[in-house]
Design a protein around this ligand. Structure first.
Ligand code: FES
Length: 120
């Protein structure tokens, strides 16, 4: 199935993407210059901000709950589940990272399946 992706911070340019393939591959093949590293959802390099619509990003392991709740998606594994709007690139990273010494994560913001001492 094909969905439309609008990139709001690139003049609202639109693209058609196949929902069976990761957004990163879909968009790069259509000429969108997007950064990436590992391509398996672990390094956060390809993070973008989802401002409308839904994606399936169950395979990502880079984001904590706070980042997910702030709308971040991992393009190398995320697949569109509807028409979506994204902000991409460094401009979208405003709240992606924060200083853990000044503003530590609360327990509910951690990864749901983070290892406990007993698990190690
Ligand atoms: S390229 Fe590493 S998380 Fe997407």
């Amino acid at each position: 199935m094909k969905y439309q992706v609008t990139i709001s911070n690139r003049d609202n340019t639109t693209y058609r993407v196949d929902n069976r393939r990761p957004l990163l591959d879909n968009l790069r093949e259509q000429g969108v210059d997007l950064p990436y590293g590992c391509k398996y959802g672990g390094c956060i390099t390809c993070a973008a901000k989802l401002t409308a619509g839904n994606v399936d990003q169950r395979r990502q392991v880079a984001l904590n709950n706070r980042q997910i709740n702030d709308g971040y998606v991992i393009l190398c594994v995320a697949r569109a589940k509807s028409d979506i709007t994204l902000e991409v690139g460094v401009e979208s990273h405003g709240s992606l990272f924060r200083n853990p010494f000044i503003d530590p994560l609360q327990p509910h913001e951690l990864k749901a399946d983070i290892a406990t001492v007993k698990d190690i």
